[in-house]
Design a protein around this ligand. Sequence first.
Ligand SMILES: *Cc1c(COP(=O)(O)O)cnc(C)c1O
Length: 185
Amino acid sequence: MREICDETGALLIFDEIQTGIGRTGKLFAHEHFNVTPDIMTLAKALANGLPIGAMLATEAVASAFGPGAHASTFGGTPVVTAAALANLETLVGEGIVGHCAETGAYFREKLLWLKERHDTVTDVRGMGLLLGLVLSDDGAPLVMGCLEKGFLVNCIQGNILRFAPPLIITREEIDALIACLDEML
Ligand SMILES: *Cc1c(COP(=O)(O)O)cnc(C)c1O
């Protein structure tokens, strides 16, 4: 896509609202692919729960905007931007992004272990702490079973369990979830 955009002069925009801010084990997911977008959007995790949205652009693209050209009712308020800054300083300064990469790799290994043990698990997808367990069956009963044991798990497209845990999740917590899934599978 980067190559096509460069050839045609189109802008490449990455929506990193879910994949950014450490989730995939790097601060931004595009860093895994050595590709830089012209524009990137961020929100949600940026201020760790306080409402914020941001559009980042390269110098060349940003120069097309003047003050007031791109507004947002609650964008860039002092309290929320202070929270975003504190959040980024914590994530980067306290090694949370690295923790995300490490525990994500551990989590992925454990999901692959489940795949080896259970024929109903057909694939493991994702990176960092954004992972999917693809099932040959309906995933809804597993979601309910997990909930009864105290784990909030999402099922998407009917048969994929989607894991997007807090970035501070521990190996012990991952082990407990895996044991729960193993038993139910
Ligand atoms: C939530 C979300 C949006 C919308 O973000 P707003 O801050 O509500 O505009 C866009 N893209 C993705 C991937 C999201 O998860």
